[in-house]
Design a protein around this ligand. Structure first.
Ligand SMILES: Cc1cc2nc3c(=O)[nH]c(=O)nc-3n(C[C@H](O)[C@H](O)[C@H](O)COP(=O)(O)OP(=O)(O)OC[C@H]3O[C@@H](n4cnc5c(N)ncnc54)[C@H](O)[C@@H]3O)c2cc1C
Length: 468
């Protein structure tokens, strides 16, 4: 977006990269000021854009409507326990290279623990640990782990390996339709779909196999499991997301000269039809800027522009067709530990992933032992009573963790985020606009822009890097 700069690269900004803005004062008495950039939206996309813009020597101001930075990757204080809990557990994978670069640059990488061993719990409570072979190179490094999944028959395991191979070898552009239809064509059994394909894809894509595109599924398996030895590893925050993205990242941004305005909902991005001229603050005042990045969710972006600017952005018409998918988080406080595992995928149950907060063994706390259960693609829970959902989740835990049978639930909070992520339906890539716009001084950022990734922290960071 900034003329004269190298075209944005999706790879991490190389170490030692120097801002290349060459500012030559007109004369000794009038030093030229660096251009000013307004970033509207303080989620991961906006923050990544700020990091990239700083490296290009821009003066950055960030405007976020909420009081906290982090957007969907944020926390709140649970009034009953007084503890800071995340809106929903956020997990990254080893393949999230731009997100890792962003965390390293901003000094928050120590906030995450890396898990090389993933724990799967069969419907009858049998635990299988899944890890890369020490000896086999990618893409074969996970084959022994797959063959150990004893809650699938040997024929199912071999059939899965065959289909994975076929999927990886088919060029992405040749893949059409939903992954569910393709799996049935591949003669995958309903049990293999439920116990393997859905377990991986529903949590990675936030969508069911009957709705998710085959292309998105291929990306998960190729990038996340086959392409590199450590791509499948899981990174889990050690502290609440608010501590990472609101407190520490905000401090980093401020220390590096970014003016951060939280609690400031931008009414409009204004322009004259050819260029953006600035932004309209909540009180109606106009603040001029040289460049603007709109880093708001896809449901908000259309309304953010002056009609003259909106008319110059025809790609936003398609954005309005992007569907959303829900994710439910069940926050549970028990009177005792229910498992020593830090996380677990529960096979064939409503509860998909369990996360234990705090490193095991979990320390006693007055507010109990806190766990979070995540249910992705949870649109089917709409209309169900929260107590009923919590009860079914507790039944799941009791069925597979013996220690949960005697545990008393002290407190629970079930939160469904109806528009958690965009739905990776077939054809979604045609609806996602690039970060660059026809207006030279306006860019878009957000997980929903064209990054090739599903709605993830990695996608959001990529979009922010690409937007500058
Ligand atoms: C329940 C849930 C679970 C998830 N789990 C995972 C996971 O495990 N792993 C993973 O990688 N991803 C996960 N995600 C997805 C991830 O949170 C998002 O992809 C990512 O945070 C999106 O970042 P963003 O900056 O694009 O958008 P957002 O986080 O939505 O940020 C946009 C910001 O713009 C602000 N804004 C909007 N309008 C205005 C305005 N007019 N003026 C100023 N500010 C404005 C909003 O307040 C918001 O802070 C999950 C999401 C949810 C909801």
């Amino acid at each position: 977006m900034y003329d004269g700069l190298p075209s944005p690269s999706i790879a991490p900004i190389p170490t030692g990269w120097k801002p290349i803005v060459q500012l030559v004062p007109m004369n000794d008495s009038v030093p030229l000021q660096p251009p000013r950039l307004a970033i509207v939206g303080g989620g991961l996309a906006g923050m990544a854009a700020a990091v990239a813009a700083l490296r290009r020597g821009l003066r950055v101001e960030m405007f976020e409507s909420r009081r906290r930075l982090g957007g969907r990757a944020g926390s709140f204080i649970d009034p009953a326990t007084g503890t800071t809990v995340d809106h929903c557990q956020h997990v990254a994978m080893g393949c999230c290279t731009n997100w890792a670069d962003f965390c390293r640059r901003t000094g928050v990488e120590d906030c995450f623990s890396r898990h090389r061993r993933l724990h799967f719990i069969s419907p009858v409570g049998q635990q299988t640990d899944f890890a890369a072979s020490r000896w086999l190179p990618a893409p074969l490094h996970l084959a022994p782990g797959l063959l150990r999944l004893r809650y699938l028959s040997l024929a199912e395991r071999l059939g899965i390996a065959r289909s994975l191979w076929r999927l990886a070898r088919t060029p992405a552009q040749a893949l059409q339709g939903t992954v569910g239809d393709w799996l049935r064509q591949q003669r995958q059994s309903p049990r293999a779909i439920e116990r393997f394909w859905s377990v991986v894809l529903v949590s990675a894509l936030g969508e069911t196999v009957d709705r998710a595109s085959l292309g998105a599924a291929r990306k998960v398996f190729v990038d996340g499991f086959l392409a590199a030895r450590r791509a499948y590893e899981v990174l889990i925050p050690r502290v609440p997301l608010g501590e990472i993205y609101d407190r520490r990242l905000r401090q980093w941004l401020v220390d590096h000269g970014v003016q951060v305005h939280t609690g400031t909902r931008i009414r409009r991005i204004r322009g004259d039809g050819n260029r953006v001229t600035g932004i309209e603050l909540p009180d109606g005042t106009h603040r001029p800027f040289d460049f603007v990045i709109a880093a708001v969710p896809w449901r908000r972006v259309g309304r953010l522009f002056d009609p003259s600017i909106r008319a110059a952005l025809p790609t936003l018409d398609a954005v309005e067709q992007i569907e959303s998918s829900a994710i439910t988080a069940a926050h549970l406080w028990f009177d005792r530990p229910i498992t020593g595992l830090p996380h677990a995928a529960l096979i064939g149950r409503l509860s998909q992933w369990l996360f234990a907060h705090g490193q095991p063994p979990i320390e006693d706390s007055p507010s109990g032992h806190y766990y979070q259960v995540v249910i992705s693609a949870s649109g089917g829970l709409a209309g169900r009573d929260r107590d009923e959902v919590a009860a079914e989740v507790c039944d799941d835990l009791k069925a597979v963790f013996p220690a949960a049978a005697d545990a008393r639930l002290l407190h629970r909070r079930v939160v469904t985020h109806g528009e958690a992520v965009f739905s990776v339906r077939p054809g979604i890539e045609r609806l996602r606009p690039p970060q660059q716009t026809p207006l030279a001084n306006l860019a878009l950022a957000g997980d929903w822009t064209a990054t090739g990734w599903p709605a993830t922290m990695e996608g959001a960071v990529r979009s922010g890097y690409l937007g500058v």
